[in-house]
Write a protein that binds this ligand. Structure first.
Ligand code: HPA
Length: 254
């Protein structure tokens, strides 16, 4: 029974290589799950042990921009809960909105702005999973954020902290949108994560997350943004993030 469920974002699949006694299940083999289509996402669910702690890993995820319904986007975190996990770690790649956040910055998510215009909680409420009106005051667990920082310090990995703005995508932002996001209080901008956090909180899971800043937000550098640089930054910084999460999980296990 996994204790922790971990979602690995763009280019961050490397943690899967650290898994002991791993069983890998392609998304398409899970009833009702389509194949993952986003580049950089393999699309597998893995069960195994990380630093001796039983975990479930999602290598890849479902995005709204692929045309998926919010209900599918959050299936993985609801499955984590069904499997018995109590803690969720969400990772993602994002653009830096704080002008001091360059490529390679790792940011513990302190809070989010759901700017997708969607919610996974629309419609009749499944009372067996969670209550109707979900409190998001401490959506991003202060306890787990502190534990991530302890893990970062132990590994000698710098961790910033900030607010993640989740947009629909799939287009990157305009420079004006990045300035708007800064004005709204965002430090990073991406195309995932916020619905997963909302559903996990609804279902009573404790949530934390780390964003890998793969590029300065649109307009900061004067250069166009490309998915290749996003993946390259993931490849460079991925191993650092992997070490932090491995340490975080092992300290939980204690
Ligand atoms: N914007 C939105 N999503 C992203 C970005 C970005 O600049 N970089 C990586 N994912």
């Amino acid at each position: 029974m996994p204790r922790v469920g971990i979602v690995l974002g763009s280019g961050l699949g490397g943690l899967a290589d650290d898994l002991e006694d791993a069983v890998a299940i392609p998304f398409a083999d899970l009833p009702g799950w389509p194949e993952a289509t986003a580049p950089g996402h393999i699309g597998r669910l893995l069960l195994g042990r990380l630093a001796g702690v039983p975990v479930v890993l999602l290598q890849g995820r479902f995005h709204l921009y692929e045309g998926n319904d919010p209900g599918l986007v959050v299936q993985p975190v609801l499955l984590f809960r069904r499997l018995g996990a109590e803690i969720v770690v969400l990772t993602n790649a994002a653009g830096g909105v704080d002008p001091t956040f360059g490529a390679g910055t790792l940011m513990v998510i302190a809070d989010h702005l759901n700017l997708t215009g969607r919610t996974p909680l629309l419609g009749p409420n499944a009372d067996g999973i969670g209550a109707r009106f979900t409190d998001l005051t401490e959506a991003w667990s202060p306890r787990l954020r502190a534990a991530l920082k302890v893990a970062g310090a132990a590994e000698g990995v710098d961790l910033a902290e900030g607010v993640y703005a989740g947009l629909l995508g799939p287009q990157y932002e305009t420079p004006a949108e990045v300035r708007m996001l800064r004005g709204l209080g965002a430090d990073a901008v991406g195309m995932s994560t916020v619905l997963e956090c909302i559903a996990a909180r609804w279902a009573g899971l404790e949530v934390c997350g780390v964003t890998l800043i793969t590029n300065a937000g649109a307009g900061y550098s004067g250069e166009p943004l490309t998915h290749d640089e996003v993946l390259a930054a993931g490849a460079e910084a991925g191993p650092r993030l992997t070490r932090v999460i491995r340490r975080f999980v092992s300290e939980l296990g204690g």
